[in-house]
Design a protein around this ligand. Structure first.
Ligand code: AMP
Length: 410
């Protein structure tokens, strides 16, 4: 593959300097593929997930266009809108936008739920070049005309599939209806189900389509294991596994908020530094949890799917699925939290008898057999009668590659 440079992509000097400061030396494939077309004003349909470098791919051309136009936005007016499904992702995008616009005079305002509405309105009083937001709060401010979209020239919808999963379709349609027809639009989605394709159809004009392959790139770097056990044995297995220091930065996924709190309190009682992140946590609590996890102050982050979506923390050694997700698709998102930026990662799932159907669905969808650790499951007709205690095989270290005494599930 020939490698291109940011200069060759046609970016302006202030952006090139910002990239240098940020230590982005070479464009990622999605950046190389999309930046020239976006600079030329094309719409974009990007099939890519977090980790591909898509944020800088759509941000750099927007910044270049907005800076070139030198327009001062009127009060409550914005020139660009970037929508994300979760607050965390919106804040991450904001961080990238700020870093890349460091040499430009552009105003960015974040409009998300769980944060002070008053402060957001005050910020909009001075007008914005770019609004980064979540659909609910954006609609809220639109309704009171404290956010006006009539002058928008650039629109980005990030993680469209997750937006629809979270039920944001009505809000998105209201936002899109308020945009001028003459604009540049980008839509990104990790998957392309029919509803997303139809949304893309209604949103984009003759878009270029860029697809960054995911499974083939990430699957081999993530080693995947499954423990078959009863629900009641999960806590003690988790505690026993965490005795191993190789599990240095761990995300534990639970299906429910209540489950997340329960697991976090069990770990805390065992003296493990842990935080939980889920929909009932306030924005400051979520941000603190992420900060602690990033800095290493907390070794374990217990999360539900929605809260963990889009979290970009490097150096996650292990993802543990305390519960398997309801949808097979979420499994891929979850395990993608590890093995980022080319590093290797390990994903371990706990599967009780009621979760075996979804495990099979996950394996079918990935076309991959997850390695069974410890005891293989009994036949479906013979459910285990008592919780399986963490046995020797289960306590085996997950970092001594190649000698784990495991059997394939196949
Ligand atoms: P994203 O897919 O936009 O969430 O980006 C994933 C990660 O890759 C983020 O931590 C970015 O800071 C990083 N990143 C994006 N583009 C580059 C690049 N060209 N060089 C190095 N790191 C990058």
């Amino acid at each position: 593959m020939t490698q291109t440079t940011f200069t060759a992509l046609g970016l302006s000097e202030p952006l090139l300097r910002a990239l240098e400061t940020r230590k982005f030396e070479t464009p990622t494939p999605i950046q190389a593929d999309t930046i020239p077309a976006l600079l030329a004003g094309k719409d974009l349909l990007g099939v890519a997930q977090t980790g591909s470098g898509k944020t800088a791919a759509f941000t750099l051309p927007i910044l270049q266009h907005l800076a070139a136009q030198q327009i001062r936005p009127a009060p409550f007016v914005t020139r660009a809108v970037i929508l994300a499904p979760t607050r965390e992702l919106a804040l991450q995008i904001d961080e990238t936008v700020r870093a890349l616009s460091i040499n430009l005079r552009l105003r960015t305002v974040v409009i998300i739920g769980g944060a002070s509405r008053f402060k957001q309105v005050e910020a909009m009083r001075r007008g914005a070049d770019i609004v980064i937001g979540t659909p609910g709060r954006v609609c809220d401010l639109m309704q009171t005309r404290e956010l006006q979209l009539g002058a928008v020239t650039h629109f980005v919808l990030d993680e469209a599939d997750r937006m629809l999963d979270l039920g944001f379709i009505k809000d998105i349609r209201r936002i899109v209806a308020a945009l001028p027809p003459r604009r540049q639009s980008c839509l990104f989605s990790a998957t392309m189900p029919a509803e997303v394709a139809s949304l893309a159809n209604s949103l984009l004009r003759d878009p270029i389509r860029v697809e960054i392959a995911r499974k083939e790139e990430t699957a081999p770097k993530i080693e995947q294991f499954v423990h078959h056990l009863a629900q009641s044995g999960k806590q003690s297995l988790l505690l026993s596994m965490l005795q191993d220091e190789a599990l240095s930065r761990v995300i534990v996924f639970t299906r429910t908020k209540h489950g997340a709190n329960k697991v976090a309190s069990v770990l805390e009682n065992a003296g493990i530094q842990v935080n939980a992140i889920h929909g009932n946590k306030s924005q400051p609590q979520r941000e603190k949890a992420l900060r602690d996890f990033r800095s290493g102050r907390a070794r374990v982050l217990v999360a539900t799917d929605i809260a963990a979506r889009g979290i970009d923390v490097t150096g996650i050694s292990h993802v543990i699925n305390f519960d398997l997700p309801v949808e097979a698709e979420s499994y891929v998102h979850r395990i993608g939290r590890t093995a980022r930026a080319g590093a290797a990662g390990i994903a371990i799932s706990f599967c009780d008898p009621s979760e075996r159907a979804v495990l099979r669905q996950i394996e079918r969808q990935m076309n991959y057999s997850i390695t069974v650790v410890g005891d293989a499951p009994p036949p479906m007709s013979q459910q285990p009668k008592r919780p399986s205690a963490p046995g020797q095989a289960q306590r085996r270290r997950y970092n001594d590659r190649g000698n784990r005494g495991m059997r394939s599930a196949a």
